[in-house]
Design a protein around this ligand. Sequence first.
Ligand SMILES: [Ca+2]
Ligand SMILES: [Ca+2]
Length: 97
Amino acid sequence: MPSKKEILTQVKELIVNNFESAEAAMEFFDKNGDGLIEKNELKNLLKESGTGRFFRGIVAGKMMGGLDKDADKKLNKEEFMNGISALMKEIDGEEEE
Ligand SMILES: [Ca+2]
Ligand SMILES: [Ca+2]
């Protein structure tokens, strides 16, 4: 299983390299256009970032569990944006050391 840091670094690179903002990334991965990121959409994000297929379900579940504050099993814009900004901080912080 890849480490959490490996996965988060891949996700960060995907977003930084392909999108102008976290908002643009959210719009792209919200395939059904309901303004929410479901677990399947999160798995697709992980797929695009290079997370192996065997780990996508587990990782998506963990990410969803950590970020889904109102527990509706979907990430609204605020939850998604908080996740991305936490991700940026976490990875940047580690690189500075
Ligand atoms: Ca959606
Ligand atoms: Ca939610």
